[in-house]
Design a protein around this ligand. Structure first.
Ligand SMILES: Nc1ncnc2c1ncn2[C@@H]1O[C@H](COP(=O)(O)OP(=O)(O)OP(=O)(O)O)[C@@H](O)[C@H]1O
Length: 609
C-alpha cells in the first residue's frame, strides 16, 4: 500500500503556513506496520484517517477505528481531533481529544504513527539530500525493512549523453521528483546521476516508477535511464543494493531504458565448482559481486566469521575469471611457522638456510598466471607483510637466498575474520598493505543472518552424508528444521555441515529427529556454550558424542562417531599444516582439548611416531 490520496484537487489557496515559503505543501504521513500512506492536507479541509470508508486516508491496521482522527489546517494552526476511537489518539504520551500540533509532531493513532510533513516543493528546491544524509536514510530504511520484513527500492537515474555532453542533473531532476512520492528521497550522485530511495516498494512497483521517470523525459529533453534494485529481491545489504542499482543503470540502453536487478548471475540452487550450493539471497548477492569482479585483477578481501564460506567464494572468484585455467594456490598465513613465511610465499634456493636441501618455488611462483589465496591474512607477521607489499607493488619477487628478480602475474584474494581496518589503525597490520589488498571487500554474513539457506544447505549436507556413510536417511522431522533455524551457528556453514553429518551417522529412524542433534542445537543449552563445549581438563565426551546412558547407544555408534570426530580433527590439522594452535583456532576449541582428543583418538602427524 502506498500512494497519494488527494482529498480534493490541489487547491493552491494560500494559507498563512504557506505564506513564508511559496509553494509549500503539507501532508499527513501515516506509517503503519504494513506500510506508509500519505495524504495532502488542503487548507480548511478536514482529513480523516481511519481503517475504512469514508475516511479520506485509509490504513488497514487493526488498532485503528473505522474513522479514527481528523487532521485540519485551519488558518495558521494545525489541529488533530480524535473521533471517539477505541484505541485513542496520543500526543507526547497523553491521550487527547483535540489538540494543536506542530509540523513534525508524532501523533499515535492506536499503534499507527502519523505526522504532518512539509512536502518537497516542485521547482528549484527539490528536497535533495546530501550523499551522507541519503545514505543515512537508506540505512535507516534498510534496518526498518529488515525488522518489519518490508521491501524498499533504490534507483539510479542517469541521462543519456547528448553528443559528448552528459546533461546535468539539475536539467532533469524536477522530472524525477514529479514521478515519485513526496516522501521518497533523492540525492545527486555526481553531476550526471541521481539516486532515489523508495521506501515500502518492491521490485515491481519500483520498476513502474522507473518507467514513469523515463516517460517524463520529454519535459526536460533529457533521455533518462534508470537502474532498479529492491530489497530483498536483489540484495540484502545497502552496499550491495547501491552497487547493483548502479550496475543496472550502466546496462540500460535506448531500447531498454529501465534495467532491473533481480537475481542475475548465480541462480538459487546452483552448485558451484567445489560442490558448494548457492542456497539463498545473501549468497546470491555476494556471488553477484564475485561475478562482477571475477574478470578483473583487483585484489579482493573476503571478510567473515569462521566457516562462512570464504574459501568457497575465493574458489568461485578464481573459477569464474580468466585465470581459471591456471592454479589457485591457498596458503594459511596463520599456520606457517614465522621463520618459513618468506620461503613459503616466495620460495628458496638450495642451501638458503638449514634444511633447504633443494630449490623450491613459493606459492606466488606456483600460482603464476592464477590466483594466490591468502587465508587468515590478519595473522601474517610484520616482516612478511613488508615482503608481500613489495611483490604487490613491483610484481616481482626474489626467492630466499637469491637476488634474481622473478616476475609473477598473480591475483591476490585474501580472507580474514578480523577487522583488518581496525588492525591497520592500531598498527597491528600495515595500512599500506591493507589498502593494496582491499580494493574490493566482500562481507560474508554469518549463517544466523542467512536463515533462508539453512534448509537447502542441510538437505545437501544430508545427501552427501548419506553417500559418504552408506546411509539412507530421508530427511528431517519438522521440529528439527525449526531447531536448525533457531540456532545461532557460531561455526557457521562448517558447523551446520558437521551437525548434519553427525546426525546422519547417529540417526536411528529414516528421518533425523531432534535427539540426533547435539544438545546445544536442540536448545537444551545456551548457544553461547557451543564454542566451549569441548573444554575441560578431561572431557568424557565432545559436543557431538552421545553420553553413555543418555538414550540408547546402539553398538557401533560410538565408533562411528569417533571415526567421524577423528576425520574432522585430521582435516583441521591438515589444513593448518599440523599446527595444533592453528587447528584449535579453526575448530574453536582450546589447544589442550585438541591435544587430549588427538591422544584419545590416536591421531598423529603422518610420519611421526
Ligand atoms: N554455500 C555452501 N554450500 C555448501 N557448503 C558450503 C557452503 N559454504 C561453505 N560450505 C562448507 O562449509 C565449510 C566452511 O567453508 P569455508 O572453508 O569456505 O569457510 P571459511 O570462511 O573459509 O572458513 P575459515 O575462516 O574457518 O577458513 C566447508 O566445508 C565448505 O565446503
Amino acid at each position: 500500500m502506498s500512494g497519494v490520496v488527494e482529498t480534493e484537487p490541489m487547491a493552491s489557496a494560500p494559507s498563512p503556513l504557506d505564506a513564508p515559503e511559496e509553494g509549500r505543501r503539507l501532508a499527513v504521513v501515516v506509517q503503519a506496520q504494513q506500510g506508509m500512506e500519505i495524504a495532502l492536507l488542503v487548507p480548511d479541509t478536514p482529513l480523516v484517517v481511519g481503517r475504512t470508508e469514508p475516511s479520506d486516508l485509509q490504513v488497514h491496521d487493526r488498532t485503528l477505528s473505522r474513522q479514527h482522527a481528523r487532521f485540519m489546517l485551519a488558518g495558521d494552526r494545525l489541529l488533530v481531533e480524535d473521533l471517539g476511537s477505541r484505541n485513542g489518539t496520543w500526543l507526547a504520551g497523553q491521550r487527547i481529544d483535540r489538540a494543536g500540533i506542530e509540523i513534525g509532531d508524532e501523533v499515535m493513532l492506536g499503534s499507527v504513527l502519523a505526522c504532518v510533513h512539509v512536502l518537497a516543493p516542485t521547482g528549484e528546491s527539490l528536497g535533495i539530500d546530501g550523499e551522507e544524509g541519503f545514505l543515512r536514510r537508506v540505512n535507516e530504511e534498510a534496518a526498518r525493512a529488515r525488522e518489519l520484513r518490508r521491501p524498499f527500492a533504490l534507483l539510479v537515474v542517469r541521462a543519456k549523453p547528448v553528443g559528448d555532453r552528459s546533461p546535468h542533473v539539475r536539467d532533469w531532476l524536477a522530472a524525477v521528483r514529479e514521478a515519485i512520492r513526496p516522501f521518497d528521497r533523492i540525492a545527486t550522485y555526481g553531476p550526471g546521476a541521481a539516486q532515489v530511495l523508495l521506501p515500502e516498494m518492491g521490485t515491481e512497483e519500483a520498476t513502474r516508477v522507473a518507467q514513469r521517470i523515463v516517460a517524463s523525459q520529454g519535459k526536460e529533453g533529457a533521455q533518462l535511464r534508470v537502474g532498479v534494485a529492491a530489497y530483498p529481491d536483489a540484495g540484502s545489504t545497502v552496499e550491495a543494493l547501491i552497487s547493483l542499482s548502479r550496475d543496472a543503470v550502466n546496462r540500460a540502453t535506448a531500447e531498454r531504458p529501465v534495467e532491473v536487478e533481480g537475481t542475475r548471475g548465480f541462480a538459487d540452487g546452483e552448485v558451484l565448482e567445489d560442490d558448494a550450493l548457492v542456497a539463498g539471497r545473501a549468497m546470491r548477492e555476494v556471488l553477484s559481486t564475485v561475478e562482477r569482479v571475477a574478470g578483473a585483477r583487483v585484489p579482493v578481501i573476503l571478510h567473515g566469521e569462521t566457516g562462512t564460506g570464504k574459501e568457497v567464494l575465493a574458489r568461485a572468484l578464481h573459477e569464474r575469471g580468466p585465470r581459471r585455467n591456471k592454479r589457485m594456490v591457498r596458503v594459511n598465513c596463520g599456520a606457517i611457522p614465522k621463520e618459513l613465511v618468506e620461503s613459503t610465499l616466495f620460495g628458496h634456493e638450495r642451501g638458503a638456510f638449514t634444511g633447504a636441501a633443494a630449490q623450491q618455488k613459493g606459492v606466488f611462483e606456483e600460482a603464476d598466471g592464477g590466483t594466490v589465496f591468502l587465508d587468515e591474512i590478519g595473522e601474517l607477521a610484520m616482516p612478511a607483510q613488508a615482503a608481500l607489499l613489495r611483490v604487490l607493488e613491483t610484481g616481482t619477487l626474489c626467492r630466499v637466498g637469491s637476488v634474481r628478480e622473478i616476475t609473477v602475474d598473480v591475483r591476490v584474494v585474501s580472507a580474514t575474520h578480523r577487522d583488518l581496518e581496525a588492525m591497520a589503525r592500531d598498527g597491528a597490520f600495515r595500512s599500506d598493505l591493507f589498502y593494496r589488498l582491499s580494493t574490493v571487500v566482500l562481507e560474508i554474513p554469518p549463517l544466523r543472518e542467512r536463515v533462508d539457506e539453512i534448509e537447502p544447505l542441510s538437505r545437501r549436507f544430508l545427501a552427501r552424508a548419506n553417500e559418504g556413510n552408506a546411509r539412507a536417511v530421508q530427511g528431517f522431522s519438522p521440529t528439527v528444521l525449526e531447531r536448525l533455524r533457531a540456532y545461532a551457528w557460531p561455526g557457521n556453514v562448517r558447523e551446520l555441515r558437521n551437525v548434519i553429518e553427525r546426525a546422519v551417522v547417529v540417526a536411528r529412524g529414516t528421518l533425523i529427529d531432534e535427539e540426533d542433534l547435539p544438545a546445544r542445537v536442540r536448545g537444551a543449552e545456551r548457544p553461547a556454550r557451543a564454542a566451549v563445549e569441548w573444554e575441560g581438563p578431561a572431557p568424557t565426551r565432545t559436543a557431538d558424542v552421545p553420553v553413555e546412558g543418555e538414550g540408547e547407544d546402539p553398538a557401533g555408534v560410538r565408533e562411528r562417531v569417533e571415526g567421524y570426530e577423528a576425520t574432522i580433527l585430521r582435516e583441521a590439522l591438515e589444513a593448518a599444516g599440523w599446527s595444533r594452535k592453528a587447528a584449535a583456532e579453526r575448530l574453536g576449541i582450546p589447544v589442550r582439548t585438541l591435544s587430549y582428543r588427538m591422544k584419545r583418538l590416536g591421531l598423529r602427524r603422518p610420519g611421526r611416531s
